[in-house]
Design a protein around this ligand. Structure first.
Ligand SMILES: CC(C)(COP(=O)(O)OP(=O)(O)OC[C@H]1O[C@@H](n2cnc3c(N)ncnc32)[C@H](O)[C@@H]1OP(=O)(O)O)[C@@H](O)C(=O)NCCC(=O)NCCS
Length: 183
């Protein structure tokens, strides 16, 4: 039976890190361009990443990561836990592993000191995340790097975590958010 394990970034076994990167290459090939062409780990080491892995021995079955970023929105800086690289290896999909990984991520977020959590997904995954308590953000997202900016063409979903985050619900959930990258 596959089991769930969690790891701080420095503790993630390289077998899991490499399998996650290999699946990422298949699922999101467009990510692997420019400076990310030869990506060697799911997220850069300086993001204090929390890793959730479901695995059968060294075989990675399902994976998700949480990073910490600061997002300036409506004139306020928010500590945001960014959830990303949620994936289940193709042969093992539809068996509840993705849901288990997201539930474990939610537990981590429940103990986080961030203001809110955010993830980016295809619109058809809205119900997958909504069932786990994530809220869709109809205001959309813009990716802004230097002088360039463009609309992110997927869905942003969020969870409000701190009293400060919850007090800013309307702003965080309904207005367009600018981010430097859609993790
Ligand atoms: C999304 C993903 C992680 C789900 O993993 P999984 O292990 O198959 O998930 P589960 O078995 O827990 O399925 C949960 C539910 O989500 C549904 N679901 C999964 N992928 C879906 C999709 N692309 N569109 C709509 N619903 C989807 C399943 O049908 C299932 O519904 P059910 O409980 O009513 O049967 C997996 O399909 C995947 O790796 N997809 C490619 C990567 C991706 O898009 N990741 C999300 C990035 S934000």
């Amino acid at each position: 039976m596959p089991i769930l394990s969690t790891f701080a970034h420095a503790e993630l076994p390289s077998a899991f890190s490499w399998q996650a990167v290999a699946y990422m290459r298949q699922i999101w090939p467009s990510l692997f361009t420019g400076g990310l062409t030869w990506l060697r780990e799911p997220y850069p080491a300086d993001l204090t990443t929390f890793h959730v892995v479901i695995h059968q021995d060294e075989v990675l079955v399902s994976y998700a990561a949480v990073i910490r970023v600061t997002v300036s929105h409506d004139g306020t800086d928010y500590a945001i836990d960014g959830v990303g690289n949620v994936l289940t290896a193709t042969p093992y999909r539809g068996r509840g592993y993705g849901r288990r990984v997201v539930e474990r991520v939610n537990e981590w977020l429940d103990g986080s000191d961030a203001d809110a959590a955010a993830l980016f997904c295809a619109p058809d995954l809205e119900s997958f995340y909504a069932r786990a308590g994530w809220l869709p953000c109809p205001g959309g997202t813009r990716v802004v790097t230097g002088s360039e900016s463009w609309p992110y063409n997927g869905l942003r979903m969020m969870r409000l975590l701190s009293p400060r985050g919850r007090a800013a619900a309307k702003s965080l959930l309904t207005t367009t958010m600018s981010v430097s990258w859609a993790w």
